[in-house]
Write a protein that binds this ligand. Structure first.
Ligand SMILES: Cc1cc2nc3c(=O)[nH]c(=O)nc-3n(C[C@H](O)[C@H](O)[C@H](O)COP(=O)(O)O)c2cc1C
Length: 359
């Protein structure tokens, strides 16, 4: 029976445990650059003992940013600071990963603490793109439908971003195909009404995701794994379903994806989502069982016992934490103590390591 503090190998990369820092946008960049905030934010979570730290959604093009403040990886100048962060993460015995993203029709919006809805062009916003011209919501920007050349540019942008991510020392690449951003917009029937080879049938709607996965995968050396985050359901009648996700996972596995990071929702504003502890785990479990591919579970996982149970019962191979890692960057060290696993603490913090087993 696997345990949370067992190592886990993905191709040639071995994670020291199954706890992952889920990608979290910090909206703290200027012109896409990482800075001291990202170094401290990601670095302290590596110090905290996570096996894998996935850097927030990094926009593969300026128009693919959710907000003007997003992290980016669309130019070579972005690489240097990211490399500095990764050197630190590796020195802590953790693995640095990055999520490559394009926000599609949900781009050009305000950072939550600055406003809401669309950022107009004259305030630094931009023309957004999507599968069609329908906006996500009434206060979101009106997208322009991508034409064939636009689609090829998206794929080329993911490709170029991958080359930069490798140059920056990331050892795991995750493609963001969830939460109502561009790739999800294409595979969901709720947002894709195209009549060309990228719309209509299931095969056509998943085509862009598959082409991006194939393009990125072709650039990765054999020992480096590729993850894909999907939304396993739209939580909406007539939308994308878990059955669709199982089929997509089978295709992505055949294309070389090593793990499906299983999230849900985000593609329509008024979906009714039954949020509760571990409410998305069942989807990770089903994809793992029915598509025969490794999965990550995410969403309202907040305790050591809950995370251990997910791994031990074979519901998922990895457990991703977002908000709990913000509350407690040392969650993995605390969880190890709680579960009685003897893990190494940073030598600088050794004197604070609890010696007693929890009662
Ligand atoms: C501040 C913040 C930023 C986030 N940014 C991203 C992101 O860049 N990419 C992504 O796929 N999900 C993002 N998410 C979603 C989380 O990765 C995670 O899936 C979600 O918060 C549920 O996990 P939790 O209950 O542990 O927070 C973000 C969540 C938070 C709280």
């Amino acid at each position: 029976m696997p345990s949370l503090f067992d190592s886990f190998a993905l191709r040639g990369v071995t994670l020291k445990n199954r706890l992952v820092v889920s990608p979290m946008c910090e909206y703290s960049s200027i012109d896409g650059f990482a800075n001291d905030w990202h170094l401290v934010h990601l670095g302290s979570r590596a110090v905290g003992g996570a096996g894998l730290v996935i850097c927030e959604a990094a926009a593969v093009s300026p128009e693919g940013r959710i907000t003007p403040d997003d992290l980016g990886i669309w130019k070579d100048e972005h690489v240097d600071f990211l490399r500095r962060i990764n050197t630190f993460i590796v020195a802590q015995g953790s693995v640095p990963g990055i999520q490559l993203a394009h926000a599609g029709r949900k781009a050009s919006t305000y950072t939550s603490w600055k406003g809401s809805g669309a950022v107009p062009v004259f305030f630094g916003g931009w023309q957004v793109v999507g599968p069609g011209d329908a906006p996500f919501n009434y206060d979101y920007p009106q997208p322009m439908a991508l034409d064939a050349a636009g689609i090829q540019k998206v794929i080329a942008d993911f490709r170029a971003a991958t080359v930069r991510a490798l140059a920056a020392g990331f050892q795991i690449i995750e493609i963001h195909a969830a939460h109502g951003y561009l790739l999800h917009e294409f595979y969901s029937p709720l947002s894709n009404q195209r009549t060309d080879e990228y719309g209509g049938s299931f095969e056509n709607r998943i085509r862009l995701t598959v082409e991006v996965v194939r393009a990125v995968g072709a650039l990765l050396p054999n020992h480096l794994p590729l993850l894909v985050r999907i939304s396993a359901t739209d939580w909406t009648k007539g939308g994308w379903t878990i059955e669709d996700s199982v089929e997509l996972a089978k295709v992505l596995k055949a294309e070389g994806a090593d793990l499906i990071d299983t999230s849900t929702g985000g593609n329509v504003p008024h979906a009714s989502i039954p949020s509760a502890p571990g409410y998305q785990v069942e989807f990770a479990e089903r994809i793992r069982r029915e598509a025969g591919v490794a999965t990550g579970a995410v969403g309202l996982i907040t305790t050591a016992a809950q995370a251990e149970e997910i791994v031990a019962s074979g519901q998922a191979d990895l457990v991703l934490l977002a908000r709990e890692e913000l509350r407690d960057p040392y969650f993995p060290l605390h969880a190890a103590h709680e579960l009685g696993a003897d893990v190494a603490w940073p030598v600088q913090y050794e004197r604070a390591k609890p010696r007693q087993a929890p009662s």
